[in-house]
Design a binder for this molecule. Structure first.
Ligand code: NAP
Length: 307
């Protein structure tokens, strides 16, 4: 945890810091539920139904997730066992949209490939047709999931890069900037760049697969900053290997942190290690929000970000 988050936590509660960044094991999660009144878990700590199963009501009454995405927690099972779950929306929005733009530009303009070329010592100098990428300004972006992060990406694309914005969303959604809601198929067909910004979980698992990639234009780029399992990674690898799409930029992976060699071997994909919110002030804000939720809960109030 960022130091300011730990410092505030210690003023509010008796705190035990888990000094290990690997995901919690099943037995750690079970003993944490038995030992603590509240837990601040994060992605990778898979609080599935069977973790709660051995308890009637565990001692733990609150899981304050550090992060907006909570698809690693079975919220219904938690509720059945008397455990409230909260997340950290809002604090992550701009930083994650910025990483989407980073990947969008890196993929379209081949910057990771270019950087590898310079570092390899094999760059022979500028020439008129060297490493031509996709010009971004004025193109059409298709955003899947027009929530907080989707809208922040759309605004950057529209106001910053003069792009047309198409979006697909579960429910009908009005936005206060020029953008058009379309079907997923229309979005695949008409976008020069596609960005995925839906939550992970059973409802969105593999919503993007071979049919989607086959429908995309062959010069179009695919960006995922959401969750890895929204995309059928094998189908994405096939599309990239066959050159059926222009390229991809990924912050998240289906079997994270495992990144298949089939991806690392390809030049037409940009790979980041889940950097969406990786800035100290953002991680601090996330931690503070998680603490706000714990504090409200233990003061007997409704946590502001209960899910
Ligand atoms: P949000 O405000 O809840 O937005 C999610 C949007 O996705 C909503 O508009 C929702 O539609 C839409 N949606 C849900 N299921 C859908 C479906 N099956 N088809 C089409 N649209 C669907 O969440 P957010 O704050 O923007 O965050 C989105 C996700 O980004 C998080 O859940 C998290 O997994 C991921 N994330 C990643 C990073 C990173 O580090 N890479 C950082 C932060 C977040 P409705 O309007 O119908 O609800």
């Amino acid at each position: 945890m960022p130091p300011a988050v730990m410092a505030r936590a210690e003023t509010l509660f008796d705190v035990e810091n888990r000094d290990n960044n690997a995901p919690m094991s099943g037995s750690e999660m079970r003993s944490a539920l038995a030992l603590y009144d509240g837990i601040m878990p994060t992605l990778g700590d898979r609080f599935t139904a069977d973790i709660f199963a051995e308890f009637g009501r565990p001692r733990c009454k609150m899981l304050a997730n550090f992060g907006v995405g909570y698809n690693h927690i079975d919220v219904a099972a938690a509720r059945d066992h008397g455990v409230t779950v909260s997340n950290t929306p809002g604090a992550v929005t701009d930083a994650t949209a910025d990483i989407a733009m980073t990947l969008l530009l890196m993929s379209a303009r081949r910057t990771a490939e270019g950087e590898r070329l310079v570092r390899s010592g094999n760059w022979a100098g500028w020439h008129p047709t060297q490493m031509l990428g996709l010009h971004v300004s004025g193109k059409t972006v298709g955003i899947i999931g027009m929530g907080r992060i989707g809208q922040a990406i759309a605004q950057r694309c529209h106001f910053g890069f003069g792009m047309q914005v198409l979006y697909a969303n579960r429910s009908h959604k009005e936005v206060d900037f020029p953008a058009r809601q379309v079907s997923l198929t229309d979005l695949a067909e008409h976008s020069d760049i596609v960005v995925v910004a839906v939550p992970g979980g059973a409802e969105t698992r593999h919503m993007i697969g071979s049919t989607f990639f086959n429908t995309m234009q062959d010069h179009a780029h695919f960006i995922n900053i959401a969750r890895g399992d929204v995309v059928d990674e094998a189908a994405l690898i096939d599309a990239l290997q066959a050159g059926r799409i222009g390229g991809a930029g990924l912050d998240v992976y289906e079997f994270e942190p495992e990144v298949p060699q089939a991806l690392t071997r390809l030049d037409n994909v940009t790979l980041l290690p889940h950097l969406g919110t990786a800035a100290l002030e953002v991680r601090t804000a996330m931690g503070m929000l998680a603490l706000d939720n714990l504090q409200a809960f233990f003061d007997g109030e409704t946590p502001p970000n209960a899910v």
